[in-house]
Design a binder for this molecule. Structure first.
Ligand SMILES: *[C@@H]1O[C@H](CO)[C@@H](O)[C@H](O)[C@H]1NC(C)=O
Ligand SMILES: *[C@@H]1O[C@H](CO)[C@@H](O)[C@H](O)[C@H]1NC(C)=O
Length: 232
């Protein structure tokens, strides 16, 4: 039946689409983000929540090409250590489209990661990006877990100069296994990779997920759930 071929064609086309990229491809050379008219979700503070007529779109509108300058494609400061003096002992310094407006539509970004000895970047996922992680200094234990039903843990110890990939969407973590501070640089395949920290989204949501639901999900009692929730 021809309709089966059509269905098969659609299926193959959609698989190819999924495999191609996370962010949409650019349709022109440049589209430097104009962040002055935008209300966005997922940045630490919503940009310009006071606008009477904000632009609501996927990504950012383009700034007038006549006013684009080299500095729109530049960021300074990744030579500086992030302050990792916090309970996790780690600090991520992101350089996304919010720091470099010229990244808008280009599907790429970068981050610096600083760790104190024993510091952990806890299990998290980037909903929109694959991450390629390069050790600049120190020794890391890293890993990611594949999806159901296997839930295979892929883990490795990395030293200076070693590179590791965390595939898009998979839960992953890093820990400083050395005795000194550790530094890494990560490339990400999105202008805005996003971060979902597993513990924060499960135990620190606002409002809270019902504790009896989580007690059943984790096969523990509600007191244990409340105790974990109190930490977030
Ligand atoms: C909106 O807030 C931004 C940032 O606080 C400020 O720069 C801008 O002038 C404000 N715009 C209006 C229309 O109040
Ligand atoms: C680093 O952060 C800690 C905790 O917030 C703070 O006490 C300390 O002053 C910060 N250090 C620097 C160098 O900013």
């Amino acid at each position: 039946m021809p309709s089966h071929f059509v269905l098969l064609g659609l299926l193959i086309a959609s698989c190819n689409f999924v495999a191609l990229a996370s962010d949409p491809s650019p349709l022109q050379d440049l589209c430097v983000a104009d962040t002055s008219r935008v209300l966005v979700h997922g940045s630490a503070a919503p940009l310009f929540s006071n606008l009477s007529r904000p632009v609501l779109m996927n990504g950012f509108p383009c700034k007038n090409p006549n006013s684009v300058q080299a500095k729109d494609f530049s960021f300074s400061g990744l030579h500086l250590s992030g302050n990792a003096s916090n309970p996790l002992g780690s600090k991520v310094t992101p350089v996304t489209v919010l720091q470099i407006p010229g990244l808008n539509t280009l599907g790429i970004s970068i981050a610096r990661l600083d760790f104190l000895p024993g510091g952990v970047n806890p299990p998290h996922t980037h909903p929109r990006a694959t991450e390629i992680f390069t050790v600049i200094q120190g020794t890391f234990e890293v890993g990611f877990v594949t999806s159901n039903p296997e839930n295979n843990l892929m883990t490795k110890v990395l030293n200076e100069g070693d590179v590791f990939v965390f595939p898009e969407g998979l839960v992953h973590f890093q820990r400083n296994k050395g005795t000194g501070n550790a530094i890494a640089i990560a490339g990400l395949s999105s202008q805005s990779p996003g971060v979902i920290t597993v513990a924060n989204s499960i135990f620190g949501s606002n409002p809270k997920i019902p504790n009896d639901l989580l007690a059943k999900a984790f096969q523990v009692d509600t007191k244990t759930v409340d105790s974990i929730m109190s930490k977030f």
